[in-house]
Design a protein around this ligand. Sequence first.
Ligand SMILES: N[C@@H](CCC(=O)N[C@@H](CS)C(=O)NCC(=O)O)C(=O)O
Length: 211
Amino acid sequence: MKLYDSKPAPNPRRVRIFLAEKGMPLAGGNIEHIEVDIARGEQRNEAALARNPLGQIPVLELDDGTCISESVAICRYFEGMQPEPPLFGADPVAQGLVEMWNRRVEFGLLGPVGVAWRNGPIVARMAPGRFRQNEQAKEDAEEAARRFYRRLDGWLAERAFLAGEDYSIADITTLCTVDFATALVDLAPDPALSHLARWHAEVSARPSAKA
Ligand SMILES: N[C@@H](CCC(=O)N[C@@H](CS)C(=O)NCC(=O)O)C(=O)O
């Protein structure tokens, strides 16, 4: 199988961290790793659009040609192939909580961070004219992201990880979003949010975070 990936992009990193947590190596394993140059638009060439008509990565292409896109869908596939350690929850309650947190973070943080990025200066430099930029949309999205950081801080005061005492895909989504927001959107969490900072230090210290 082949994984179409991009080192600097946040969504493909979710899959790499997930694989690292599963102990499934990208180098030397049975997954062929293909780096896609997003800046050059390789995710939208004819072959790429045949794999994913949305022109986005990551994409997992199975040996029979089946293509799975959407980071969480790819992670679900790997969870099915290798259930241990469970990263979508070990029992129905945990599964519900993991799903709840993952969706909250996708809609409540990853979405606004994406809007702030599309309307921000780095995109204007990297891909001039690709998006019609709107300063008000950027500011509203930044405020929404900061509000979500404050909520996260409160939640993490009471639990080790997003969905409870076990690390899960919800932590992976949050880590990738926070790191992308910090590095490329100028939207780092306020360091005074000490519970969020504690959580971030802990998940960043896991070997998988280097993926
Ligand atoms: N919901 C999708 C989002 C995928 C996505 O937005 N991928 C970005 C990289 S992080 C991409 O391919 N961008 C290239 C483009 O939009 O041209 C997922 O979870 O995989």
